[in-house]
Ligand binder design. Structure first.
Ligand code: SIN
Length: 329
C-alpha cells in the first residue's frame, strides 16, 4: 500500500514537473546599443510592457540596452546563434546580410522623414524587409530614429571645411564614400567607442541623430554640430527565422501586433525627440549648433550626391527610382 502511494506521488510529481516545464515562458532577449531614453530604447520598453500584459506566462521579454550584451556588429550573428531573439540595428549595419539596404544610406536621398516613411511602406520598401531572409533573418518592420547631423571639432559650413578630418561612421560603404566625397577620412567604428574616440581626439567628428548625440553626450566633446539633415538613420527590427517560425501561430500573431504598436509609439517618440533633443543641446550651450543657409546645404548635396551613381548598380535603379519618387506625396 505504502509503495503504491509512493509510486502515485512520484508519477504526479513527474506530471507536474513536465507540465510546468511545458508552461514555462519563452524568453525573448532584445539587444540594442542605444540608451533607454532614445526612440529605440522606448520602443523596446513599450514592447515589453505590451507583451507582459498580453502574453503573461507565455513570453518573457528581457531588454539589454547600451550594447550590454552585443554591439550592433555582433548582434545579427547572435540572433542566428539563438543567443538573442530580437534586435533593431540601424539599416547601415546589414552589409554582411544584404547589400540592398545600403540604399537608405545614400546622402540627401529623402527630403524628410515623411518621404522615408512613404518609401518604407511602399511595395519596394516592404520587399526590402525580405532581403535578409536568405540569411536566416526575418525583417519584422522598420523603425525611425531620424535625420543625421554632422558634428566636428571645427565648424562645418561647406564641404571644404570637412577636408582632411577623420569621421567615425557606421559599418557602411556608402557612408565611407559619402565622407570620401568631401575629402575626409571615414573610420568604421562601433557605436560604443564613439564618445571616447571624440573625447581623446582620435577622431575629429561623427554623424548621428539628435537623440543619439544627446543621449550619448557627443555634444559635450564636440565643439560644433551642423544641422545638416544630410542622411537617414533608421532601423530594421529583426528576428531569426528559426525562432520566429518555431513559435505557436497565436503567440507569433500577438508578438507581431505588440511590436507594430511599439514601433508606432517609438516613431512618435523619434519625431518629438528630433526637435526636443536638438533644443536641449542648443540650450546646454556646450556646443555651437550651426544652421546652414540654403546655398551652403546645396553645396553639401552637390558634392555628396554623386555617391548615388557609385551604388546604383548595387541597390538597383528601380529601387533608387522608387525611393526618389517617395519624395513626392
Ligand atoms: C543606433 O542608433 O542604433 C546606433 C547608431 C550608430 O551606430 O551610430
Amino acid at each position: 500500500m505504502k509503495k503504491s502511494i509512493l509510486a502515485l506521488a512520484t508519477a504526479a510529481a513527474f506530471a507536474l514537473g513536465s507540465l510546468s516545464a511545458y508552461a514555462s515562458p519563452i524568453t525573448l532577449k532584445f539587444s540594442h546599443v542605444v540608451a533607454e531614453n532614445t526612440p529605440k530604447g522606448q520602443m523596446a520598453t513599450k514592447f515589453k510592457a505590451l507583451v507582459d500584459e498580453r502574453l503573461k506566462g507565455k513570453v518573457k521579454v528581457e531588454i539589454f540596452p547600451n550594447g550590454q550584451l552585443f554591439g550592433d556588429n555582433k548582434v545579427l550573428e547572435a540572433l542566428l546563434l539563438g543567443d538573442v531573439q530580437l534586435a533593431a540595428p540601424s539599416l547601415s549595419k546589414f552589409k554582411k546580410y544584404t547589400k540592398k539596404l545600403q540604399i537608405f544610406d545614400l546622402p540627401f536621398l529623402f527630403n524628410d522623414m515623411a518621404a522615408a516613411e512613404r518609401f518604407q511602406q511602399s511595395e519596394a520598401g516592404q520587399g526590402l524587409l525580405k532581403s535578409v531572409e536568405k540569411k536566416g533573418l526575418i525583417g519584422l518592420g522598420y523603425m525611425h530614429n531620424g535625420m543625421k547631423q554632422m558634428s566636428a571639432s571645427k565648424p562645418l559650413h561647406v564641404p571644404a571645411d570637412a577636408k582632411g578630418l577623420k569621421f567615425r561612421i557606421m559599418s557602411s560603404d556608402v557612408l565611407a564614400a559619402q565622407f570620401e566625397a568631401v575629402g575626409a577620412t571615414p573610420l568604421k567604428k562601433p557605436y560604443s567607442e564613439v564618445f571616447t574616440l571624440l573625447q581623446t581626439k582620435a577622431i575629429d567628428g561623427q554623424e548621428n541623430t539628435w537623440s543619439n548625440i544627446r543621449s550619448k553626450k557627443f555634444y559635450e566633446v564636440q565643439d560644433n554640430i551642423t544641422s545638416s539633415d544630410h542622411g537617414l538613420l533608421d532601423y530594421m527590427v529583426v528576428t531569426s527565422a528559426e525562432f520566429w517560425n518555431g513559435l505557436d501561430k497565436d503567440v507569433r500573431t500577438e508578438l507581431k501586433k505588440a511590436l507594430d504598436e511599439a514601433v508606432k509609439y517609438g516613431n512618435k517618440v523619434a519625431a518629438e525627440k528630433s526637435m526636443s533633443d536638438k533644443q536641449a543641446i542648443i540650450d546646454s550651450k556646450r556646443t555651437n549648433v550651426i544652421e546652414l543657409t540654403k546655398e551652403e546645404r546645396q553645396q553639401w548635396a552637390d558634392v555628396m550626391k554623386p555617391v548615388w551613381k557609385q551604388f546604383e548598380a548595387i541597390v538597383g535603379k528601380d529601387l533608387l527610382d522608387a525611393a526618389i519618387a517617395a519624395n513626392k506625396e
